[in-house]
Every structure is written in structure tokens, then in C-alpha cells.
Design a protein around this ligand. Structure first.
Ligand SMILES: *Cc1c(COP(=O)(O)O)cnc(C)c1O
Length: 420
């Protein structure tokens, strides 16, 4: 029987549809909820320690040469047309050169595919490996966009744990135990979101050796590449591409602090040519043929951005991030219900453990963050949003004065709710 609304049951959304549940899983979805929970009558500005976009803060304005590159590209009137679906050659070439600086072999422009930020690189990677019965191994805690993309494409995912007591290294025994003959690959995020970890050469080599043993590839999310400020330098996973094939994902969003420019890359860091041989490269090209491209004039600005940005810009950002990371780490020590197992050494985040038993009336991380948003206009991400219940992810890439203010509010909140 057709009701008054016609046959809408065929296409209307049921309460539990997959798009809604996938988007509820994302960091953005959770942060929107928290932002909406802040009290409009609080005259203080909301302090956003929940997300990783420092671009609005004066201390993190991008390099002038990067802005000039966009202006020059636009003004040339040469880049008003569609680009090729894999990206324009000068941009692919310059990304190949930029990444090859840190590799023991040279990437070719043909190994590089331009994407709409690292986000689309993740989408394409999940699309390429989604086939009936296949599974992929994801880190926990991690970046929930992987789960959302894999789930949406019906690619099964399984979680391996990162160990907080070992600098959030991958539990490689767990990886071996999880993998089976249908496992296609494992994801690592280095420098780490949400943990602020930076893996050593030795650990990354072990990751590659484990992947080789299991016959799987490594998807290396290096969107925070070079944003390191501890004792471990950034080592790209591609260094070990001859042990196991590596798909490197990245963008200029974080290192240049321009996530709104929406340009990134997906790169076959695979000196043995396994991806070509197994037609993975063809599959990437097919996926790009049926998806959108980054704006052509932004692509065309890439060579100037990558070649002309000076170390002054990078060093300045690193110095601020290092000081901010130290500041948060020190302040947390004074808060009883929060502990930090590992001082952040990279990216823009720290994961801290939350002990609800020390508080009067708050039972878990979600309640904590909601109440914090309401009472203090302070937004922090509940760990559950990145896969770890009763942890919190704090972003320290904000203006240092806001960070100080934010930590004061956090302390006041925890004291007010502490068991007497
Ligand atoms: C921010 C982020 C991305 C997305 O990067 P964009 O270039 O902004 O699309 C991907 N992976 C991780 C781990 C991130 O933190």
C-alpha cells in the first residue's frame, strides 16, 4: 500500500542508515556535537583543543611564499581548465622530488597521484582494496576516517593496538595474530594522530618485515610528515619500500597549515614495482577517473610551494609546537584525574588517560567532554572517537595564549568535580 508520501520507503533513510552511522564515527561529527553543547551565555570564547586546524591562529599563518604561489598560479590564467585525473605533471614531478629527498631511491612522477587532501587519498586507498572477503588492519587508537571509508565500501577492518607504554608503537604480535590469507594491508600513521608519537627507524623496519612475512602492503599516512620535535627524526615508511610495498598518503594541509587548500597525494613507494605488476596502479587510476580532482590552480602552485618554502617557516612552527607540547605535558602532571603515558614528539596531539573514579559525577570520557564544553566552553575530543574509551585527545596547535587559558579551564573543571 502506498501512503500519502508515495513510495518513500524505497529511498528514504531509516534511523540507522550507514551514512549517518559512518559520519557519527568521524572526529568532525563528534566535535560538532561538543561545539553545540557549549553554553551560549558563557561570555568567554570557546577554546578548540579538539581539532587539528591551527590555520586561524596568528602563530600558525602559512608561509608567504605559499600564498604567493597560489596567487601567481591563479593570475597566470593557465590553470582554469580541468586537470588530468591523476594530477598535472609539474605537480606530480615536484612531489616525487620532494619525497625522494628522504628516500634511498628516486620516485617517478608516475608513482604520484594528486588527491583532494590526504582525506581523498584515504578514500582511494580503501576503494582500491575493497573486494569481497578482504580485510585490512587498522591502528587503535587511530583516525576514524579509515573505519568510515572501509565500512562504507564493505571492506572488513580489524584493529591492532598501539602500546602507550612503548611510545605507542605497533603491537606487531597482535598484527600477526589478526592477519589471515584475506588480509591485504595494514595502516600506520606516523607521526601519529591521535598519539603524537614518532616511530624509530628500527620500529618502522620491523613493521615492514612483519608486512613482508604476512604478504601484505603498508599504507603509511604521513600527513604529519616532518612535524616532529622530539628525539626521533621523521623517517618515511617508503624507506622500507623494498622490504614491503608502501602506499604513502600525505598532503600540505598540516606541515603548511593550510587544510582548506585541499591538496594531497597518494604515492606508490615501491621500488620493486609490485603495485604495477599486481595492477594496483591501474586500479588507482580507475578510481581517480570516477572521483573529483583538486582545483587545477592549486595543483599548479605545488612546485613553488614545495621548492620555495624556507626552513625559517618550518622551524618556527616546530618551535611553537615543541613548547606547546611541553607546556601541556607539564600542566597535565598537576591534574589528578588525567595522566599522560608518553610525551608527544610529533603531530599536534597528545593522548591522555582519564580516570573517572576520581570524579564525583562523571562516568566516562564522553560525559567528561560534554560537561567540559558546557561549563568551560572548552572542546576536547573524547578518546572513544578515536577508538579508546576513557582517554582524551588534546590538540596543542592553537595560539599559545589560548592553550594556557584552556589548561586553566581544564584544571578548574577537574578540581570542581573531584571527589572530596
Ligand atoms: C588531518 C588528517 C588527514 C586528512 O588530511 P587532509 O589533507 O586535510 O585531507 C588524514 N589523516 C590523518 C591522520 C589526519 O590527521
Amino acid at each position: 500500500m502506498v501512503n500519502d508520501n508515495g513510495d518513500c520507503k524505497k529511498w528514504g533513510f531509516s534511523a540507522n542508515n550507514e551514512i549517518e552511522s559512518a559520519s557519527g564515527l568521524t572526529v568532525r561529527g563528534v566535535l560538532n556535537t561538543l561545539k553545540n553543547a557549549t553554553n551560549p551565555e558563557d561570555e568567554r570564547l570557546t577554546i578548540p583543543l579538539g581539532h587539528g586546524d591551527p590555520s586561524a591562529f596568528p602563530s600558525f599563518i602559512t608561509a608567504q611564499v605559499a600564498e604567493d604561489a597560489i596567487v601567481d598560479s591563479l593570475r597566470s590564467s593557465k590553470f582554469n581548465g580541468y586537470s588530468s585525473t591523476v594530477g598535472i605533471l609539474p605537480a606530480r614531478r615536484s612531489i616525487a622530488e620532494y619525497l625522494s629527498r628522504d628516500l634511498p631511491y628516486k620516485l617517478s612522477p608516475d608513482d604520484v597521484f594528486l588527491t583532494i587532501g590526504c582525506t581523498q587519498a584515504i578514500e582511494i586507498a580503501m576503494m582500491v582494496f575493497a573486494r569481497p572477503g578482504a580485510n585490512i588492519l587498522l591502528p587503535r587508537p587511530g583516525f576514524p576516517y579509515y573505519e568510515a571509508c572501509a565500512g562504507y565500501r564493505k571492506l572488513e577492518y580489524r584493529h591492532f593496538d598501539l602500546s602507550p607504554d612503548k611510545g605507542w608503537e605497533v603491537d606487531l604480535e597482535a598484527v600477526e595474530a589478526l592477519a589471515d590469507e584475506n588480509t591485504v594491508g595494514m595502516v600506520i600513521i606516523n607521526p601519529g594522530n591521535p598519539c603524537g608519537s614518532v616511530y624509530t627507524y628500527e620500529h618502522l623496519k620491523k613493521v615492514a618485515e612483519t608486512a613482508k612475512k604476512l604478504g601484505i602492503l603498508v599504507i603509511a599516512d604521513e600527513v604529519y610528515g616532518h612535524l616532529t620535535f622530539g628525539s626521533n627524526p621523521f623517517i618515511p615508511m617508503g624507506v622500507f619500500g623494498s622490504i614491503a610495498p608502501v602506499l604513502t598518503l600525505g598532503s600540505i594541509s598540516k606541515r603548511w597549515m593550510v587544510p582548506g587548500w585541499r591538496i594531497g597525494w597518494l604515492v606508490a613507494s615501491d621500488p620493486n614495482g609490485v603495485f604495477k605488476e599486481t595492477k594496483i596502479v591501474d586500479s588507482i587510476i580507475s578510481c581517480l577517473n570516477i572521483s573529483g580532482d583538486p582545483a587545477t590552480f592549486i595543483q599548479a602552485a605545488i612546485p613553488q610551494i614545495l621548492e620555495k618554502t624556507t626552513d625559517d617557516f618550518f622551524n618556527n612552527a616546530i618551535t611553537i609546537l615543541r613548547n606547546s607540547a611541553e607546556f601541556v605535558y607539564d600542566q597535565i602532571k598537576d591534574i589528578d584525574c588525567i595522566t599522560c603515558p608518553h610525551k608527544p614528539e610529533g603531530s599536534m596531539f597528545v593522548m591522555v588517560k582519564f580516570n573517572s573514579t576520581l570524579l564525583e559525577d562523571i562516568n566516562d570520557d564522553t560525559e567528561f567532554c560534554l560537561q567540559l564544553a558546557k561549563e568551560e566552553s572548552l572542546v576536547i575530543l573524547p578518546g572513544i572517537a578515536v577508538g579508546l574509551k576513557n582517554w582524551l585527545r588534546i590538540s596543542f596547535a592553537v595560539e599559545p595564549t589560548s592553550l594556557q587559558d584552556g589548561l586553566l579551564r581544564l584544571k578548574a573543571f577537574c578540581q570542581r568535580h573531584a571527589k572530596k
